[in-house]
Structures are given as structure tokens and as C-alpha cells.
Write a protein that binds this ligand. Structure first.
Ligand SMILES: [Zn+2]
Length: 408
């Protein structure tokens, strides 16, 4: 494991140096495919863009379980939280060599861990009682890659029973957080098109009205500092605070122009639970009408929330506590209200869970906070993630397959 762990850290750094934006993950996908072929998996590339699907057959027939990792990096100019950098900016010698592009969301770690899990289990396929489908997904940041990969039908053909993934989070390295029944919000994009003319004042009024309307439901203040960020994440773990944030709406608004030059207000709503969407759309449609304008939905339907299975998350937390020690498992009791995740669509195909992998190390100042400009991760989390996920996947196949699997 140690040799593989060192190797995976190198692999992560290689990906970190050469980050690729959504839709451009050619090199990253190439690295992944090469690794998995060498390990003996059956690999299909070019799945829904640069997606890679790799199948590992175990020593016995049995059910299929999906493990998904995402590969794309972040455009630093548009997709990072504008906090001031802390005094310590990490450049351990493997900083991004691509201007304005960086792995600020930890997908380089997710990819390295996915490769590690596949290689570990390929070496130990006697333990695997069924089939594992490893999904390396492109274009998570714009919430397009999962839809594109699933659109090929190749994952569904494998008839997966469960699906799992993890995401870096600002919890201590060495921990994994499970959140039964919770997850990440859905997102809705709404445009209020205003009557023509110089409408800056009307746009400002509309934005104020939208903010007030959303406030009536339950809004969360937008993050203004890394401290806010950490406080919000820790709140998910505190049963009392978590109980008070069971519903959340975060809103971002801006002014824009339609293609034919009409003034407009753009609105992005992140909402938990997603059952709130119709009500919010109604309210905003009414506000638009009151301002003499109308509504457009530039991306159509709202993007669904990512909802972890209650039963499978609970079972996973219990397994991980036994396998890795009770202190390594944390329990989240609310949803993080800011980021969306297109793993949501895999969970609709086969229930399961996304876990938060702790990558923060306060002593060395690594904040572990995705999308901050000084995101830095404790790489010890890579080996921890591999052990946790390899163990969990093996355990799940045995649990679902029960005694039905026959030896090949
Ligand atoms: Zn991410």
C-alpha cells in the first residue's frame, strides 16, 4: 500500500500541474485509462466526452456497484470564492502550469483515489464478489459530464445496484463524513427580462425584491471569508445547529442583457430541499410580472439536488467506523448549501452516497476548502480514501450479493 500511496501522490501532483477545464480532460483521461488498462480492467474511453468507464470483474458472479470520480479543474477567474488569500499560499513545487486554471475543487485527488481503488482491488480481485464499474467523469463543474456519460447508456447497461463517490471537504484529514438523507442542493437558473430602455434602477429594485422574497423562505448568508466557510461546514456536524438549517436557499444575482439587447436580471438559486423549486419559481415569476417583465429559464428545468440514501449512508458509516475506527467517521445532519454536484444523476440511477473526505490540516494551514483561492489538501487523505473506498466497495458487493454469487 505504501508504494502505491507514494505513487498516487505523484499521480495527483502530475494532474495538479496540468489541470484541464471541463470538456478538455484529454490528458487526465489518458493517464487514467493507461493506469486502469495496465491493472487489467476493461476500459472504454470517450464516454460522454472524455469520460472513462472501467470494469473490474471479481472472483465470483454478483451485483454491480459504481464508483465515480470527477476529473475537471476550475477556471480561477470565474469559479473561485473571492476571499483574500491567507498568508500562506501553497506551492510545494507542483503548482498549476496553466494560467487561470487550477484544481481548486480537489478533483485531482478524487481521480488519484479512484485509480488507487481500482488498482488495489484489481490486485485483490479474490475479495471482489461481483463487478465494479469505475466511472471517471469529465465536466462536473458545469454539471454536464454526468448527464453526458449516462446519455450513452453504457453505465445503465451494467445495471448497477448502488453508486458511491467522495468529495474533498474542510474536515480533518483522516476523517470521512457520511450524511444520511442529506447532500447538496439543486440549482435553478432564472432570468427576469425587463422592459426596454435604461432600466438600471428597475433591475436594482427587482434584485432587492428577489432577495427579500427568498429571505422569507430561509436564506443563508453568502460566504464572505474562509472562517464563514469553515463555520458553515462545521454546522453540518453539530446536531443542534444542523437542526436549524434543514432548509436553505442561497442566491446569486447579476445584471445582464438578452441576445437582442433587453436589460435582464440573472438569478442563480441553490435550494435544499429541491421540493422548494416550484414555489420559488412562482414567487419570482410574480415579481417579474410586477416589474413589467417576464421570466426565462436559460437552462430549462432546475438541476436536481444530490440526495444520499439514508439506509446506504448509514450502513456505510457503520462499516467505515468498524473498518477504520469510530473516530474517523463523522456524521453530517444537514446539507452544505452552496455547491451542487452532478453525482446527483448517478444516485438517481442507483442509490448510494457521496462522502466528504477530510483533507484539512490546521497545523500546517491547509484549509481543505474547495473553490477557495488557496485551497490546499493534506495528501495523506489519498491513502485514507483508497483504503476506505476499497474496503467499502468490497463490503457492499458481498452484502448485496449475499450467498447468491457462485464461484467462477
Ligand atoms: Zn468538486
Amino acid at each position: 500500500m505504501t508504494i502505491l500511496e507514494d505513487y498516487l501522490i505523484e499521480l495527483r501532483r502530475e494532474i495538479h500541474r496540468h489541470p484541464e477545464l471541463a470538456g478538455e480532460e484529454r490528458q487526465t483521461a489518458g493517464l487514467v485509462a493507461e493506469q486502469l488498462r495496465a491493472a487489467g480492467l476493461e476500459v472504454t474511453t470517450g464516454v460522454g466526452g472524455h469520460g472513462v468507464l472501467a470494469v473490474l470483474d471479481g472472483s465470483a458472479d454478483g451485483p454491480t456497484v459504481v464508483y465515480r470520480a470527477d476529473m475537471d479543474a476550475v477556471d480561477v477567474r470565474y469559479n473561485s470564492l473571492p476571499f483574500p488569500r491567507s498568508s500562506r499560499v501553497f506551492d510545494e513545487g507542483f503548482a498549476s502550469r496553466v494560467p487561470d486554471v487550477a484544481h481548486l475543487c480537489g478533483h485531482d485527488l478524487h481521480t488519484a483515489i479512484g485509480v488507487g481503488v481500482a488498482r488495489t482491488l484489481a490486485q485483490d480481485s479474490d475479495q471482489v464478489r461481483g463487478r465494479l464499474a469505475f466511472v471517471f467523469q469529465p465536466a462536473e463543474e458545469p454539471l454536464q459530464g454526468a448527464r453526458a456519460m449516462l446519455g450513452t447508456g453504457l453505465v445503465q447497461k451494467l445495471a448497477p445496484k448502488e453508486s458511491y463517490a467522495l468529495h474533498c471537504a474542510p474536515f480533518p484529514a483522516g476523517t470521512i463524513t457520511v450524511s444520511p438523507g442529506y447532500g447538496l442542493p439543486g440549482v435553478d437558473n432564472i432570468r427576469i427580462v425587463l422592459p426596454g430602455g435604461d432600466n438600471a434602477a428597475v433591475a436594482a429594485e427587482v434584485q432587492k425584491a428577489v432577495a427579500a422574497e427568498v429571505q422569507k423562505i430561509d436564506t443563508v448568508g453568502l460566504l464572505e471569508s474562509v472562517d464563514d466557510y469553515h463555520a458553515r461546514f462545521l454546522a453540518v456536524l453539530d446536531p443542534q445547529i444542523a437542526a436549524s438549517i434543514q432548509e436553505s436557499v442561497s442566491v446569486i444575482q447579476w445584471t445582464e442583457q438578452t441576445e437582442d439587447g433587453q436589460p435582464a436580471v440573472g438569478i442563480m438559486l441553490k435550494v435544499w430541499p429541491q421540493e422548494r423549486f416550484p414555489q420559488l419559481r412562482d414567487r419570482i415569476e410574480r415579481l417579474a410580472a410586477e416589474a413589467g417583465g417576464h421570466i426565462e429559464y436559460p437552462y430549462g428545468d432546475a438541476f436536481p439536488a444530490m440526495v444520499n440514501s439514508v439506509d446506504l449512508s448509514t450502513a456505510a458509516g457503520q462499516y467505515l467506523g468498524t473498518a477504520l475506527g469510530p473516530d474517523s467517521v463523522l456524521w453530517g445532519r444537514a446539507s452544505w448549501p452552496y455547491n451542487c454536484e452532478d453525482f446527483a444523476l448517478f444516485l438517481k440511477e442507483a442509490p448510494g452516497a457521496m462522502f466528504y473526505l477530510g483533507v484539512a490540516d490546521t497545523e500546517s494551514g491547509m484549509n481543505g476548502a474547495p473553490h477557495t483561492l488557496d485551497f490546499a489538501a493534506d495528501e495523506r487523505a489519498i491513502g485514507h480514501g483508497v483504503r476506505a473506498m476499497a474496503g467499502l466497495l468490497t463490503h457492499r458487493l458481498a452484502a448485496i450479493g449475499g450467498s447468491q454469487g457462485s464461484t467462477r
